[in-house]
Each structure stands twice: as structure tokens, then as C-alpha cells.
Write a protein that binds this ligand. Structure first.
Ligand code: SF4
Length: 434
């Protein structure tokens, strides 16, 4: 039988990208030909996102694009949008299979069954809260560049009032430290220098396991020979105790770059968001980290236009965020998510006003990003060469500064550069190899 072509695309977070890499490897091992999503394929798999209404919209758009590329193709919607809104997607004539996160490790089997046997069933969804086991996706290589992403945890036990993610990913399930250690060792043996540890809420790693937590996981991984750097994805400040802060601010192998979601700089809005901390607590953690490791890049997430964010609250939020030593912010405009507890607040902030607040926060983020990078101008910085663009190498520092420079050094090697120019965009910086 002629080999089938399969094309994948992942929307949203690093976890989706990791799972897509694992599915690509599985299909390739089964004899499928991996092809680019913009090409004609026999099977298209879209790993959808549902973090905002915009994410739902782009997921639908991507699914339609797939069918337009080949009307005979099998188009598969998997991921968070498929898990939380299966009926909505199942109504789309462009989509052949809707496979929730509950069945994500069975995508290959379901597609094969659909192609070879039964085209009856279209929707494969289970209640995600029934999931107790951490499903291991295994990758032995990484198709998307020099810094493999490794999912070590899934789900979240927080239920912030605006967030749909627990309904898409379920409660916390974590891999075992032994299993993760062997996966990291495999990737290091493959020559990868930096590993990005990810999860839905990384700092809740081990909540479901006895005597295992993020501190113990990191303690184990930093002992791996040949591992150059671990980068941690988004964490919650509630889970950062003194022991963990001491480790991440003293261990050379842990990149001094932490993404600590804040969401609002107003205490009343934080309460309405069910974030379980105050601005004072957030500020205390951030300044403790910066005091112990001054070169650290702290990134954060901010939502504007949350239903109870009136003008005064927004001013408080803006003022508080302005006062923090942040390296960048991801700014999101609030959108009501069906099934979240914030849905009861309706969505009173006028869209124009939301836009104005988002623009103001984005402008602040740009200022902070430039100010952060300028601290390292004319400084000697160690970088990992992560890619090549327009004849120049792109290097990444531990504290997340992307630098373009001329060099013969191959991707995945380490070198030193002098940062000579800081651009407006976060990734637009120039350097000279020394
Ligand atoms: S911590 Fe809150 S915002 Fe983050 S994934 Fe969990 S519920 Fe969502």
C-alpha cells in the first residue's frame, strides 16, 4: 500500500508543541511520511488551543485550511478546544475526527481505525477529570529546533475564575522523577544542550505523587552529566517556597528566566480571579529572586478588561506592574469562557476600553523589555546557538535574550558574544562573537 502523508500543526502552549512532536514521531515510526502543514496531505492533525475565544477562532480557521488543501484528506481536531467544545467542532463539515485530550495518546490508533475500518464514530471524548494517570508521550528527538520541550506534568488544581484550562487538561498528573530523568538523559545523549521543562502549571509538579515535587525533580536533573541548561515554563508564585527559590537562584544549570503569572496588579481583581495571593506576596517573591540572582529575567502574564476591573483597578494594576523588575509581559484581553466561574460576571468592560488597556500594557511591556536588555549592553554573554537566520546565528542567553551574530559555530554549541545593539522587538538584538 502507498505510504500516506501526514501533516501536523500545534496551536497554543509548549505542551501542545511537545505532544505534537511526540505524535509526529509515532506516525513516522508507523510508516507515514511527515509533510509540511502547508502541503497536500492524506491526514491533517490540528492540535487545538482554547485559552481564549481568539484561540477557538484560529483553531476553526486552521481546520478549514486543512480541508481546503485536500478535500479527500482526513482532518483531525485534537487538543483543548476539542476537549471542551467537541459538539461545536463536530458540526464543522471540514472535520472528520474530534479527539479530546482524554484520548490524545490514541490519535494514531483512532486515525488508522477510521481509515481502514469504521467511519461511524467521529467524536472521542471522555470526562478529563477521570484521568488519574500521567500519560507519557515519548520523544527521542525534537523536530522543532535546538531546545526540546519535555512535558513533565499535566492539569491544574487551581481553577482560577477566568480559566478554561482545568476543564481541558483535568487535575494534576505528573510523570515520575525516574522516568523524566531517563528522558532528559536520552535527549542529552542526542546532543541537545538545553531542555525546556513544561506542564500546565509546572510548579504543581508532584501534587499527585507521594514524596515527589518540583524541588526534588530539579535536584535530580541538574546532576545529569552533559546537561547544559534547564529552562522552566510558567509557574505560580504560591508554589515557590524558600527551598525552591534557593535552588532556582543558585543552580547554574537552571536558566535564570522564570515566567511567573500575575494576571492583575489589583488585589480586589486578584480575589475575583481566585488567584490566592496578593500583590504584596507577588512582589516579595519577585524581589527575593532578583536579590539572589540579579541577572534573572522575570516574565509574566497580564489580563486586561476582567469584568470587575473598573478604571481604578486598572490604574492600580498598571501602577503595580510598572513598579516590578520585569523583563517582559504577555498581555491578554479578557474573554469570557463558557463553564468558568467568572462567566457569571458577564463581560461589562467595553471592547474599545479593553483594547485601550491592552495597548497601554503592551507599550509598558516593550519599555520594560528594552530596559531589561539594555542592562547587558557591551557585556560578555554566554549563549547557546539555537538557530541560523539570514546567514547569521541566533544565540540565546540563560536570561532569555536572543542575539544575532556572525559565527562559524554550529547550532547546539555554546559560545560567548558581546551584546552590541538592543532592538525594539524582544528578539531583535545584535552581538559580536568574542
Ligand atoms: S493556574 Fe489558573 S490560570 Fe493557570 S492553568 Fe491553572 S487555573 Fe488556569
Amino acid at each position: 500500500m502507498e505510504k500516506l502523508k501526514v501533516a501536523f500543526t500545534a496551536l497554543g502552549c509548549r505542551m501542545n508543541h511537545f505532544e505534537t512532536s511526540a505524535m509526529e514521531e509515532e506516525f513516522e515510526n508507523r510508516g507515514y511520511i511527515l509533510t509540511d502543514f502547508s502541503d497536500k496531505a492524506d491526514v491533517y492533525v490540528v492540535n487545538t488551543c482554547s485559552v481564549t475565544n481568539d484561540a477557538d477562532r484560529s483553531s476553526r480557521k486552521t481546520l478549514r485550511q486543512a480541508k481546503r488543501r485536500n478535500s479527500d484528506a482526513v482532518v483531525v481536531a485534537t487538543g483543548c478546544y476539542a476537549q471542551v467544545s467537541p459538539e461545536e467542532i463536530a458540526k464543522m463539515e471540514e472535520v472528520d475526527l474530534v479527539i479530546g485530550n482524554s484520548h490524545k495518546t490514541a490519535v494514531l490508533e483512532i486515525v488508522e481505525q477510521y481509515i481502514n475500518e469504521n467511519r461511524e464514530n467521529k467524536v472521542f471524548i471522555d470526562n478529563i477529570f477521570r484521568k488519574n494517570e500521567f500519560e507519557t508521550f515519548f520523544i527521542s528527538t525534537f523536530y522543532e529546533g535546538a531546545r526540546p520541550i519535555l512535558k513533565v506534568q499535566e492539569g491544574c488544581n487551581s481553577f482560577c475564575s477566568f480559566c478554561i484550562i482545568p476543564f481541558a487538561r483535568g487535575k494534576v498528573r505528573s510523570g515520575s522523577i525516574d522516568q523524566i530523568e531517563s528522558q532528559v538523559k536520552t535527549l542529552v545523549e542526542r546532543g541537545f544542550k538545553e531542555i525546556v521543562l513544561t506542564g500546565t502549571q509546572l510548579s504543581q509538579f508532584g501534587y499527585d505523587r507521594k514524596d515527589e515535587n518540583l524541588y526534588l525533580l530539579l535536584k535530580r536533573l541538574v546532576k545529569i552529566d552533559g546537561l547544559y541548561r534547564l529552562r522552566l515554563s510558567s509557574m505560580g508564585i504560591n508554589e515557590l517556597d524558600d527551598e525552591l527559590i534557593a535552588l532556582i537562584t543558585s543552580e547554574e544549570k537552571i536558566a535564570p528566566h522564570f515566567h511567573l503569572s500575575l494576571q492583575s496588579g489589583d488585589d480586589r481583581v486578584l480575589r475575583d480571579m481566585k488567584r490566592n495571593y496578593t500583590t504584596a506576596q507577588y512582589e516579595k517573591v519577585v524581589s527575593e529572586i532578583i536579590k539572589r540572582r540579579p541577572e534573572t529575567a522575570i516574565g509574566t502574564d497580564i489580563i486586561t478588561g476582567f469584568p470587575t476591573e473598573d478604571e481604578k483597578a486598572f490604574e492600580n494594576s498598571y501602577r503595580f506592574v510598572s513598579s516590578l523588575p520585569l523583563a517582559y509581559m504577555h498581555v491578554f484581553t479578557y474573554s469570557a469562557r463558557k463553564g468558568t466561574s467568572a462567566e457569571k460576571f458577564k463581560d461589562p468592560v467595553h471592547p474599545q476600553e479593553k483594547k485601550r488597556r491592552t495597548r497601554q500594557m503592551i507599550a509598558l511591556s516593550e519599555e520594560k523589555s528594552i530596559a531589561f536588555r539594555k542592562q547587558f549592553l557591551n557585556k560578555k554573554l554566554e549563549v547557546l546557538v539555537i538557530s541560523e537566520k539570514n546567514g547569521k546565528k541566533v544565540g540565546l542567553t540563560g536570561n532569555y535574550i536572543h542575539i544575532r551574530f556572525e559565527s562559524e559555530k554550529p547550532v547546539n554549541s555554546i559560545t560567548e558574544v558581546l551584546l552590541t545593539e538592543v532592538g525594539r522587538e524582544r528578539e531583535n538584538n545584535t552581538g559580536k562573537e568574542i
